[in-house]
Design a protein around this ligand. Structure first.
Ligand code: LFR
Length: 476
């Protein structure tokens, strides 16, 4: 077998990571080479990601990774959060920093588009959760000039800047709300309704597709000789689920980060009216499967609250909040964590109080961080349990196990509350599950002849191989 190392890039709304998989004595070893913070910025042109910051961090990570792997790098794959994209100029370069999906411009475009094509009809076509953040509403809000330009989802754009051909990987494409679930291609009905020209749309490819060789300055490093670029499941959630080392059919997952994605894998999508009424999503999963889940609010509530307290002179880490909340009794009333207002940035404790007041519940002291964190954790666990009951109903599955993956799975207090609320056996997977899934898909791709789709069995084999791989810190 090829002794060279692999690199996984995972773009997160809160931090981005460059990780290395090396074979030491033929056994896999993982190194988180470089992790750097990420966040959208309020600009005069709206809430935007800082592309230069992301590219600089990735360049540093890729340079350091090369130095750590004298055996060379066989392949690189990139996954990231879904729905955000860039428009390209004539030289295939981003025309501007990408909008963050939380930007409020889609409030209006959503309402306008629903007058032309109903949310129900789009649900029938796409089978996915109808969410204001989805790419369709964002592209509808673009200027007519921009709508004429080609576009790429963000992870695919990063791959493109490294030398990959421009594509839309299928799992990520499903989250745009523009894929027809039946034909697995761009929906002409939706594109026509939104007046979006198909000529600007990238070629669709399945997860595990090889997209060319690394080019540019990094390719001059000896470690990057003949490095292949691969589309993993470019949707980070689909990669995170590919990274779960489970077999059997009695398990559900919560991929817990900025969002909590609560669901299960299906062999065929479940788009019946009850699932639609509950706004469950049928997103593409690696290996031709379907992620059947719901977007529940997540660590966003905590991070936004921490930012607020910080502005008011209180310093809190998530760990400190967990430790303080753990000592408190369960709150009497719970928060509706999926209140659309709580998805918006800024003033989180005030937003929480706004909801409590609207529901005629007693307010909570905005500066009482432990009490607010306690309310958030208990409310999240209760919401997870409620959603899981509906998932079991819609999928006809009986769950025994619940896999918790992603950064939020490190919160043992929330895990305990979740175990108690769901009655399921909780397994804590990796906090870097997206990275593990990214690697598992690369390994499956590298052992598969071009044009042959990778299978769920291959992915789960590699996820299990990686499950016990030691994690090392970079030497310097
Ligand atoms: C998680 C995630 C979710 C998606 C949301 C927006 O990082 O990708 O799956 O719904 O972010 O992109």
């Amino acid at each position: 077998t090829d002794p060279r190392a692999l690199i996984a890039i995972d773009l997160g709304a809160e931090s981005c990571r460059v990780s290395l998989l090396r074979w030491i004595d033929s056994k896999p070893t993982l190194t988180l080479v470089h992790r750097f913070p990420n966040s959208p910025r309020e600009t005069p042109q709206g809430l935007r990601w800082d592309l230069a910051h992301i590219k600089k961090g990735l360049h540093q990570g890729l340079t350091e990774a090369a130095a750590l792997a004298p055996e060379g790098i066989r392949s690189i794959a990139v996954d990231g959060w879904a729905v955000d994209y860039v428009r390209l100029n004539e030289s295939s370069v981003a025309t501007a920093d990408p909008y963050c999906y939380r930007d409020e411009r889609t409030l209006a475009s959503e309402a306008a588009l629903h007058k032309i094509i109903s949310a129900d009809r789009m649900r029938e076509i796409t089978g996915i959760g109808i969410l204001r953040i989805n790419t369709l509403y964002q592209q509808s809000a673009d200027t007519p000039d921009n709508q004429q330009r080609p576009w790429l989802n963000l992870p695919e754009y990063i791959l493109h800047t490294l030398g990959a051909r421009p594509v839309a990987e299928y799992t990520n494409a499903t989250h745009t709300q523009m894929i027809d679930l039946a034909t697995r291609t761009w929906s002409s009905e939706i594109l026509t309704a939104a007046s979006l020209p198909i000529t600007t749309f990238p070629e669709l490819v399945p997860p595990g597709t090889q997209l060319g060789r690394l080019t540019g300055p990094l390719a001059a490093l000896p470690a990057y000789k003949d490095t292949i670029l691969i589309a993993p499941a470019t949707h980070d959630t689909a990669s995170a689920i590919a990274g779960i080392p489970a077999h059997g059919d009695d398990w559900a997952y919560i991929s817990s980060g900025t969002w909590s994605l609560v669901g299960t894998l299906l062999e065929t999508p479940s788009n019946h009216p009850e699932a639609a009424a509950d706004n469950f999503t049928n997103l593409g999963a690696a290996g031709g499967l379907t992620c059947f889940h719901k977007n529940v609010n997540g660590m966003w509530l905590i991070r936004q609250s921490i930012d607020f307290w910080c502005e008011n002179g209180q310093t809190w880490t998530v760990q400190d909040l967990v430790a303080a909340a753990e000592k408190l009794p369960a709150p009497t009333d719970l928060l509706d964590v999926d209140d659309p207002d709580l998805l918006l940035p800024g003033h989180m404790p005030q937003r929480i109080n706004k909801q409590l007041t609207t529901r005629s519940l007693p307010k909570i002291d905005e500066n009482d961080a432990p009490a607010i964190a306690n309310l958030i954790f208990h409310s999240l666990a209760a919401r997870y349990a409620q959603v899981l009951i509906h998932i079991a109903l819609h999928s006809g599955k009986t769950f025994r196990r619940l896999f918790l993956v992603g950064g939020g799975s490190q919160n043992l207090f929330l895990n305990r509350l979740t175990e108690a609320a769901t009655g399921l056996q909780v397994h804590r997977g990796s906090q870097e599950s997206s990275t593990l899934g990214n690697f598992a898909i690369q390994l499956a791709s590298l052992e598969t002849p071009e044009g042959t789709p990778i299978t769920p069995a291959q992915i789960s084999h590699w996820a299990q191989v990686l499950e016990h791989a030691p994690h090392t810190a970079p030497k310097n």
